[in-house]
Write a protein that binds this ligand. Structure first.
Ligand code: NAD
Length: 340
């Protein structure tokens, strides 16, 4: 039997344990897996692009466990009553290839993206960072804010979204939790005075959400919205000015902000910083940029975390046809076949 965590069970887990507590736990899982980066099979995700969006499969594996996530990205979806990003995924046993844990991953992706953003910012942002600008106040935004509070103690947000209703929703969700939110009239106004800038907009276009003149020395940029070919958020001059950290270069060069740069544009892999193989922030004035696209190993970590923390909430599903005699698959249906 395969263990299953559906949307209602995922919601029950998050409400029972608390979003920030889960984000902290998940950050630990991510850190463990980023530290043993070399032990994973890694390939850029397999993407199917259409004019409406993208559907992607994200596999990875270590010696014991295989995982994949199915995820879409459709920026026009909210206008049609659907979400931009939805996902599900599973863990399988490398030993016999059987799936062991299947889960909804729309909520889990928001948690893992936020936990990854906060983990990288904890390592790269100035330790005295207090104010975060958020450009884009859609589905990911609350999770990002909560992760930055859990990992860095950030409670002051300066927010801009082209859709004022999205900002109102963010205020409604976060102000009762103790965040101080300043609503900005533009991106430039939002980033003015911010120590950290999170861009989480959705537009299947080479957008320029941040321009170079908006970037002050010492800022950390957490750029999560540019995550597929032809979909970026940063002026390329920002990338030249700062130090760019990525998850997995072969995927980020196709999908991230650095798709705008030469194929040999220098980047640092985040696992290298975490393990001490590469330097993190080198001075208080350095501009650091996490060019996040979302990589399969983070989904692997998130699935492991969800599986381990929800054993009492999961149900068993019969996902694998598994006859008593492994060579007699037909035995499962033969008895139902009418005799001639
Ligand atoms: P969403 O559609 O719910 O929200 C996006 C918000 O951006 C909307 O409120 C929209 O009005 C706003 N926006 C669009 N253009 C803007 C602009 N020029 N200036 C300011 N605001 C603007 O999407 P979401 O689920 O919150 O995802 C946000 C982005 O993050 C998407 O592009 C998605 O693909 C990406 N994403 C990345 C990762 C990752 O791991 N890097 C993971 C999940 C989602």
């Amino acid at each position: 039997m395969t263990q299953f965590l559906d949307v209602a069970q995922m919601v029950r887990w998050i409400q029972r344990d608390g979003t920030e507590a889960i984000l902290s736990t998940m950050t630990g899982y991510l850190e463990d897996d980023f530290r043993r980066w070399a032990s994973f099979d890694k390939i850029p995700r397999v993407a199917s692009h259409t004019p409406f969006g993208v559907i992607e499969l994200m596999p990875t594996s270590d010696e014991q466990t295989y995982s994949f996530k199915y995820v879409n990205g459709h920026p026009q979806n909210p206008g049609r009553g659907f979400q931009t990003v939805t996902a599900f995924g599973l863990l399988a046993d490398v030993d016999n290839g059987y799936p062991v844990f299947l889960a909804e991953m729309t909520l889990l992706t928001a948690l893992r993206t936020a936990a990854t953003s906060a983990l990288t910012a904890r390592v790269l942002a100035r330790p005295d960072s207090r104010i975060m600008a958020m450009i884009g106040a859609g589905s990911q935004a609350e999770f990002q804010a909560l992760a930055f509070r859990a990992e860095l103690g950030i409670t002051q947000l300066r927010v801009f979204d082209v859709d004022p209703a999205a900002v109102t929703k963010l205020q409604r969700n976060l102000e009762p939790l103790g965040f101080t939110i300043t609503v900005a009239a533009s991106t430039a106004e939002a980033v003015d005075g911010a120590d950290i800038i999170t861009t989480c907009t959705a537009d299947k276009a080479q957008a320029t959400i941040l321009t170079a003149d908006m970037i002050r020395p010492g800022v950390h940029i957490n750029a999560i919205g540019g995550d597929c070919p032809g979909k970026t958020e940063l002026d390329p001059r920002i990338l030249e000015r700062g130090r760019v950290l990525v998850e997995f270069p072969p995927q980020t060069r196709i999908e991230g902000e650095i798709q705008q740069m030469a194929p040999d544009f220098p980047v640092v892999e985040f696992w290298e910083v975490l393990t001490g193989a590469a330097e993190g922030r080198r001075s208080p004035d350095e501009v650091t940029i996490f060019d996040s696209v979302g990589f399969a190993i983070a989904d692997f970590s998130a699935l492991r975390c969800a599986r381990d923390c929800t054993t009492d909430l999961q149900t068993s599903i019969d996902l694998v046809a598994d006859p008593v005699d492994p060579k007699d698959l037909y035995s499962l249906v033969g008895a139902l076949t009418p005799a001639r």
